[in-house]
Design a protein around this ligand. Structure first.
Ligand code: MN
Length: 199
C-alpha cells in the first residue's frame, strides 16, 4: 500500500484572510507532503525488512515513525475538509443536537474546544471524536499521534502546530483559533455525524 497526497478541496487562497495563501501552500505542499513521504518510507522499510533486505531495521523506531507520519497524514486530510471558504451558513440541526447532547450547548462546545486548542503544549491538534453511542468528546492530540482515542471516529480537527498559523498570527494562537470558527465546514461535520451514526 501507498499513501497519496490529494489536492486541497479548494484554492490555496480560498480561506484567506483567516488563513493566508502562503500558509496553505506551505502547509499542504511541504508539511502534509512530508507526512505522506514519511509514511511511505516507513512502510517501505518494513516491507524490505520482511523480505530480508533490511535485517538490522530498528522496528520500534520505524513503527513510531509510521505512527507519527500516518497520523499526520490522516489528520491533515480531515483538517482540509473541516474548512470551507465561507462557512457563514447556520449550523445544521444534527450538529446542534449532538453538540447540545454532549456539551450542553454549541457555545459551551466552542468554548471548551478553544480552551483545549490554547492548552496544547508545543505541537498538536484539537480533535472532536464521535463514539459508537453518538456521543462527542474532545481530545488534545500531542504531535500527531499521542492521546488518540482508539475506536472513536475523528470528526473535526484543528491543527495548532505553529506551521498552521505562525506566518499569519505569530505567537497569538488564541486569535487563530477564534478566527478559525469563521471557516469551519459545519456541513461536512453534519455529513460525518450522519454517515457514522449508529443510532
Ligand atoms: Mn499541520
Amino acid at each position: 500500500m501507498k499513501y497519496k497526497l490529494l489536492p486541497l478541496p479548494y484554492a490555496y487562497n480560498a480561506l484567506s484572510p483567516v488563513i493566508s495563501e502562503e500558509i496553505m501552500t506551505l502547509h499542504h505542499d511541504k508539511h502534509h507532503a512530508a507526512y505522506v513521504t514519511g509514511a511511505n518510507a516507513a512502510l517501505e522499510k518494513l516491507e524490505k525488512n520482511r523480505l530480508g533486505e533490511l535485517p538490522e531495521l530498528d522496528i520500534k523506531a520505524t513503527l513510531r515513525d509510521l505512527s507519527f507520519h500516518v497520523s499526520g497524514h490522516l489528520l491533515h486530510e480531515l483538517f482540509w475538509k473541516c474548512m470551507v471558504p465561507a462557512s457563514g451558513a447556520d449550523i445544521p440541526d444534527v450538529v446542534v443536537q449532538q453538540l447540545n447532547n454532549s456539551f450542553g450547548s454549541v457555545d459551551a462546545f466552542k468554548k471548551q474546544f478553544s480552551a483545549t486548542a490554547k492548552s496544547v503544549e508545543g505541537s498538536g491538534w484539537v480533535v472532536l471524536y464521535q463514539t459508537p453511542q453518538n456521543e462527542l468528546l474532545l481530545s488534545s492530540v500531542e504531535k500527531h499521534n499521542l492521546n488518540h482515542l482508539p475506536g472513536y471516529t475523528p470528526v473535526l480537527a484543528l491543527d495548532v502546530w505553529e506551521h498552521a498559523y505562525y506566518l499569519d498570527y505569530k505567537n497569538d494562537r488564541g486569535a487563530y483559533v477564534e478566527k478559525w470558527w469563521e471557516i469551519v465546514n459545519w456541513q461536512y461535520l453534519a455529513t460525518l455525524l450522519t454517515t457514522s451514526s449508529h443510532a
